[in-house]
Design a protein around this ligand. Sequence first.
Ligand code: SDX
Length: 396
Amino acid sequence: QTGKFTYDPGFLSTASCNSTITYIDGDKGELLYRGYPIEQLATNCDFLETCYLLLNGELPNQSQKDEFVGRVTNHTMVNEQMQFFLRGFRRDAHPMAVLTGLVGALSAFYHDSTDINNPEHRKIAAIRLIAKMPTLVAMAYKYSIGQPFVYPKNDLSYSGNFLRMMFATPCEEYKVNPVLERALDRIFILHADHEQNASTSTVRLCGSSGTNPFAAIAAGVACLWGPAHGGANEACLNMLEEIQAMGGMSKVGEFMEKVKDKNSGVRLMGFGHRVYKNYDPRAKLMQETCNEVLAELGLENDPLFALAKKLEQIALEDDYFVQRKLYPNVDFYSGIVQRAIGIPVPLFTAIFALARTVGWIAQLDEMIGDPEYKIGRPRQLFVGAAKRDVAPIASR
Ligand code: SDX
């Protein structure tokens, strides 16, 4: 059928697949990974346990966890050649541009030995990607500040290793603060998977052609970068800093009026969600993590945290937000806590990508592991010109 006709936008949100991995009840504000509430996982598990759960469907017992952690630990180094990809970038390149390139470059080392239809190859690729993402993100950071790369150390935890690779230098060791280590681990858990969001759908569609997992994950990194998606944490922190520069608390009311003015094009970054029409459960846990980290660092009076809580309080009482069911999402507080840990704002989305890698891989593995799967081929609703003949150029 051709010609002008409208269609129900709901068409675009029809279910794209069956999945057993993550369940979201947007109205209740509920998030479950393989049936386990995110609140319980964030409190009782660490990130690698959560990775095991997402990949295998069950939480590991102690020996399964030890074996999994051992395998990840033994793959944290990257090929020395990878640094030459990095050195091709400008020092001030955005970390997500660098990460998209580096993850894609991993294909060059593993493509030939990876048959995506072989479950064992997919498991090895999963281990390699989970293990190497912290190393690549830390390398991108070190490169941007002109410091030498710091190699992973096998006697540190996943999150502790990342912190050390980020902040140690040859001249000064970095002592891992257990409160920051636990906070970062929880941030990774909260970002690990989230059903069929834009970047996960990108990974599924890309992987459905049979391309190698590294290329498919690189596509997910590229999609996550957008400010409407994973880039919102960076945009949210920049928004808070902008309000602070305008005058802080005294300017919050003026800013919120701008947000409500449709012509301003200003959005309250870190607020709203395609699925959650209630409080994003991750935002609550992120705010708690924020409290813990700021208290540990003696930053309880952090002006940006106070600003964020004020914005949230106003929004939760304002009809504009209440009627549109706009609540804080995972990105609203995550920037404040990452900034307190010492992670620079441009790296926030790279941290999101680091954590989401396991979700992308689990979703890709679930799709490829289904013998019925075929290459994705979304259709369209054609609303363009009806069939017509080409006129000679002289008469056009
Ligand atoms: C993530 O999908 C996932 O699961 C993603 C994610 C994951 O873990 O993978 O959860 C991660 O991407 C979280 C979302 C991060 N993005 C932001 O915080 C950017 C700011 N938020 C938005 O731009 C927006 O809320 C979206 C894109 C997140 C959701 O958009 P929707 O649900 O499609 O809402 P919409 O754009 O159709 O807006 C509905 C109404 C509109 O007003 P009206 O036209 O009805 O008058 O709400 C308004 C919008 O203008 N609105 C906002 C707003 N978000 C929506 N107004 C002000 N500030 C906002 N943040």
